[in-house]
Design a protein around this ligand. Structure first.
Ligand SMILES: O=C(O)C(=O)C[C@]1(C(=O)O)C=C[C@@H](O)C=C1
Length: 312
């Protein structure tokens, strides 16, 4: 802990000591001030318990990003099997976010958003950032938690761009309402829709947040290049150094191939007529192309934001 981190602990100790007065304080005052002191001190002790996380190589991280393509695309195709009415996403998607909030409370208590999971909630406070100290120097290659989450960018893109593309794919499939574990799905199955939306958003967030690991990996292999740029907050050169257009083409091409394969398999399973199949597959490909372009951009943003705080 550095000095700033210690401040709440000193304050907490002061509160605890002030309870030892004579004559004793009334019980409700003692309970309230002790609860306050514990709340204040807990994050500092929790921060000390953080494990040192060494990041994988860039090749390994790219492998992880590639593995996430299949679940993202298959969830998108499953979502396109149900109508995506604009009314479900009005007012900035507040109903969807309220739905996600309930799930995230449960997920949080199970440790989903703990330090190092690279899962960041849409509706809850984020994990505290790391700070480099003399005792904990965060050498290059060690994950260093920052304060940025890609979730508001992803939510905006999801509601404004992806939902209309999902709806277009659903219309191409004959405005179907197919959900594999429901006996008689109807367009009113809001829970089924929001459940898939929430799953898809969580996958997108996880994929983009892995950009933090990509950034650490790149930082570790080129500290002399990055450190002066971070110190001078040279965002545009940092972005240029992080960008690899050859890798972007690989990502976009494999995502397109996967989109075609999953959409075809989905249509075959439902014995779509040929024209319906073609229309459905091409609209899924269009949605996936826009989605992965956005994902690359948001992942790059995550990388830039991570590095800007790397020396904090
Ligand atoms: O693989 C990388 O080098 C990354 O930075 C990840 C990623 C991506 O999102 O897939 C993002 C930016 C790069 O230009 C290329 C690919």
């Amino acid at each position: 802990m550095n000095r700033t981190d210690s401040a709440p602990v000193y304050l907490a100790c002061a509160i605890i000591l002030s309870n030892l007065s004579f004559p004793p304080l009334p019980l409700p005052m003692i309970v309230t001030s002790l609860t306050f002191a514990i709340t204040l001190a807990a994050p500092c002790f929790a921060a000390q318990l953080r494990p040192g996380l060494t990041v994988p190589t860039l090749t390994q991280v790219r492998g992880i990003l590639a593995l996430l393509e299949a679940p993202i695309i298959s969830t998108l195709v499953s979502r396109a099997a149900l109508p995506a009415e604009a009314s479900l996403y009005s007012n900035g998607g507040q109903d969807l976010l309220a739905y996600i909030a309930k799930k995230e409370k449960v997920a949080s208590s199970a440790g989903r958003f703990d330090y190092g999971t690279l899962e960041y909630p849409f509706t809850l406070p984020l994990v505290r950032p790391d700070r480099t100290t003399n005792k904990n120097t965060f050498p290059p290659g060690r994950f260093h938690q920052d304060t940025f989450s890609p979730n508001s960018n992803l939510t905006t893109f999801y509601i404004n761009t992806l939902v209309p593309l999902i709806q277009a794919a659903n219309v191409a499939a004959g405005s179907s309402s197919v959900f594999f574990h429901m006996a008689s799905p109807t367009p009113a199955d809001v829970d089924a829709k929001y459940n898939l939306d929430a799953t898809l958003l969580a996958l997108l967030s996880h994929r983009a947040s892995i950009g933090k690991i990509v950034a650490e990996s790149k930082f570790a292999s080129n500290t002399t290049g990055f450190i002066p740029l971070i110190e001078s907050k040279d965002v545009s050169t940092i972005r240029i150094l992080l960008t690899n257009t050859t890798q972007e083409s690989v990502v976009l091409a494999t995502a397109d191939a996967a989109a075609q394969e999953v959409a075809n398999a989905w249509g075959e399973a439902q014995t779509f007529p040929v024209e319906v199949q073609m229309a459905f597959t091409s609209s899924v490909q269009e949605a996936v192309a826009k989605l992965f372009r956005e994902l690359i951009d948001v992942t790059t943003l995550v990388e830039v934001k991570y590095l800007l705080q790397r020396l904090n």
